[in-house]
Design a protein around this ligand. Sequence first.
Ligand SMILES: Nc1ncnc2c1ncn2[C@@H]1O[C@H](COP(=O)(O)OP(=O)(O)OP(=O)(O)O)[C@@H](O)[C@H]1O
Ligand SMILES: [Mg+2]
Length: 640
Amino acid sequence: MAHFEELIKRDRNERKKDNFKGTFLDYLEIVKKNPAIPMLAHERMYKTIIDRGVEVINASEHPRLRRIYGNEMIKRYNFFKKDFFGIDNVLMRIVQYFHAAAMKGEESRQVLYFVGPVGAGKSSIMEALKKGLEASNPIYALKGCPMREEPLHLVPNHLREEFEGLLGVKIEGDLCPVCRYRLKNEYNGEFERFPVETVDFSIRSRKGVGVVPPVDPNNQDTSVLVGSVDISKLDLFSEDDPRVLSLNGAFNVGNRGMVEFIEVFKNEVEYLHTMITATQEKSIPSPGKSSMIYFDGIILAHSNEAEWNKFKADHTNEAILDRIVKIEVPYCLELDSEIKIYKKILSRSNFKAHIAPHTIKVASMFAILSRLAPSNKVGPLTKLKIYNGEEIVEQGATKKIDILELREEAQREGMTGISPRFIMKVLDQAIAESEYDCINPISVLEILIKAVKELSISDDEKKRYLNFLQNIIKKEYNKILEKEVTKAFIHGYKEQTKDLFNNYLDHAEAYVNKTKIKDSSTGEELEPDEEFLRSIEEQINISSTAAKGFRQDVTSYMFYIMRNGGQIDYTCYQPLKEAIEKKLTASVKELSRVITQAKVRDKEQGEKYNTMVEEMKKNGYCEHCCNVILKYSANNLWKD
Ligand SMILES: Nc1ncnc2c1ncn2[C@@H]1O[C@H](COP(=O)(O)OP(=O)(O)OP(=O)(O)O)[C@@H](O)[C@H]1O
Ligand SMILES: [Mg+2]
């Protein structure tokens, strides 16, 4: 109890300390000390982003990044880092816009517009920017001003040059009609007495953040944008008295912060003209009879591509088009980043189910494959891997495929395909349908197939998607699984691995030194068993002519380790390790028998099975999915 009270009080005190209340005269002193205070909206946004830190990465210094970005410099902003993945280029362009606008370039008079397919993250980026404002420092504003305007607007024109010189600040903008009226009538024109206070940003209470949803075309009432005349006050005041104004439109509340236009082009063009004046002239119409009102804010808009194309096609929209900085927000095309998107969304939901290994990867692979344009140079899966920055050694390929060539082939990539929302819905459905509160790649693939069949897309597209799911991804998943289960299985075969290794070493040593081997039980002296040695070497394609050299290498290497006080085991020498594992996998036929014949497992097989299950669990499987996956493996893998 006391703890909470203390916490609340401390917070209140701290906030009070930050809050400023004073006169314009006090404010002038503050600005004189810190001329950065009256900065305009774009600059504030830019600072908010930059102040959290930027990591500048020289892609050429990181193998994976180099494969994706070549020798580019990538900037990663802490501001976006936790929430956005695989769209570094988009984020860099957005920050570039704010940078240019902060320096009062043409961008400060342009609408920032995002276009991209559904679910590509447009709204989320917008949301992040708005939250950034909320978290930024409070701003100084004229007390009681409906537009929370910059106090420096009080400085009359004839004094501005002098004030600017004294403060080291450029003064931009004029008083809103409400404050102008109050200055005259309440403060008798003595602007130094006008009260100033600090205010903060709040999305919920519409402070510094105005949102314009698409408006019903039959009711394009501009009061949503610029406020209205309060009719009830017309009895008290004359029509041109600013006291009748309700300056509560999106541009009024978004002054000094931002105004967001959702699905911007769903609005009638007339409705968008306010957007033009607000950007170009930095002023908005006033309701009633007052003159234009100065506006300083970021104008953000977004829509999907179809709407953009429709809008663009109409040449009467040129005036607006000319005032837009368009940034394309495509889907993520990097597998690893796509996986991070779902992990983020899941971690923020109430989703508590168990997720078997590779489940999200498999779903993400589908999302990415659906977005990649077909290439003449590589197959879809290879392309996915190249875009993911993986080192690709194409079988039989003589020259390495360059990611830039692939990008050139497909310039509009990322603007179509499956959206993260579609994938999330499938994951949600998989969990709803799961019996044990656990989802796995097999159930997710099944539901993806069902969901794709229900999509209203062309037959060709559907075929392409189904081929990804039923063929390409399935095969790839089987490969991954085969490796994984085999590894777990070999783990259960530790003893056998050890035996193979020791035997190989003994025989190879005897062979190299031209000695005999003593059988440990009978004491018999035996020739080294060449057939046995070959059976292991063949696993890694060592020819009979090369065998002698290999045996020499192995033995001298092992002696070298032992001489230096090292321990030797089958993993010491990579080629030998591989050969032994392969040799064991050759007995995976037994593995599937171990898995399938649950009822007739003998004691030894039962033990092997259990060790394997334990190993699988260490890799992230639960009781249930382990069972499902092993059954699936027995039925689908190791088929020659
Ligand atoms: N590259 C990405 N990084 C992180 N999260 C992403 C990314 N792309 C999409 N998302 C996530 O996908 C979900 C859908 O994104 P959002 O709603 O922002 O899309 P949108 O572009 O506004 O879509 P719409 O056009 O349908 O409004 C969100 O949870 C978002 O966080
Ligand atoms: Mg959206």
